[in-house]
Design a binder for this molecule. Sequence first.
Ligand code: CAA
Length: 294
Amino acid sequence: AAAGGGAAPEFKHDIKTVGVVGTGTMASGIVQVFAQAGYDIIYVGRSQDKLEGVLGYITKNLDRAIAKGKGTEGDKDALLGRLTGSTEREALGGVDIVVEAIAEDLDIKLELFRDLDKIVKPGAILATTTSSLPITKLGEATSRPQDVIGMHFFNPAPVMKLVEIITTPDTAADVDETVRALTANVAKVGVSAGDRAGFIVNLLLFPYLNDAVTLLESGVEMTTIDAAIKETAGFPMGPFELLDVVGNDVSLAIQKELHAEFGEPGFAPAATLVAKVEAGELGRKTGRGFHDYA
Ligand code: CAA
């Protein structure tokens, strides 16, 4: 499916095996999405423990679905059977597309793209799920910027329907079309966006989340703000609940990128968001963020 209509995109590249780099919340969710759509996955992480974390995330989600009568143990085994984990990036040599979901840090991603350029077979698509970093620069770090594209999933990836597809001035049209076809094939809705910080959704969402933290600092109760937005404005989560899902470290990184690119004074990260990250209170993943999850 594509937001905004238009002709259905077609596969211009053959996509059978998908590589995922990363083992965090987004990477785990993205592995699940592709595996659910029937693709073979090679996922790469820095340690065996981290690879097992990905399996743990997916197993928990599938067990919850089975308990609700959606799917069987047999479906789960088949899905898990499509996954191959590796601690070596070289395992990605033969994949048809790589989706990168490592730390939201330009230097770390540049190093990865230089490596992927050496490792992954020619003609494969190199995609990033960055939510705020310049994809054009990631392309320029490779000898094949025409194959580099953004495929920005939202958290939790198995649930959220939207994928922003971000082409750079260098991205080839056939790569764009293939990624739009792939997005539809994994039951997501693609929307095309240009390569600027925040793309569409985060450019609108994060100033709002940051303003919520500023409002908290001015003395309004967190639970009042969450309840007002959720119960009255019709959002599925209040801003502090959502910050805790996204992760305060990720939110701070995005907010800093938006501030650097647009220079709006109101985009400067709220002091309490910075303090939460410094205190290691990153959200659900650490058991405590704005709210407690003990
Ligand atoms: N992984 C997989 N599935 C999950 C899940 C997870 N982490 N959390 C919930 N689900 C599934 C549930 O199993 C359930 O599935 P079924 O309908 O098949 O039974 C479904 O989602 C609904 O879950 P619940 O009934 O438990 O709870 P809910 O109705 O409150 O939904 C939610 C949970 C989907 C997370 C919802 O609260 C929501 O949509 N929140 C807003 C999320 C959002 O805005 N995300 C975008 C963040 S911004 C971002 O991601 C951009 C970035 O670059 C950082």
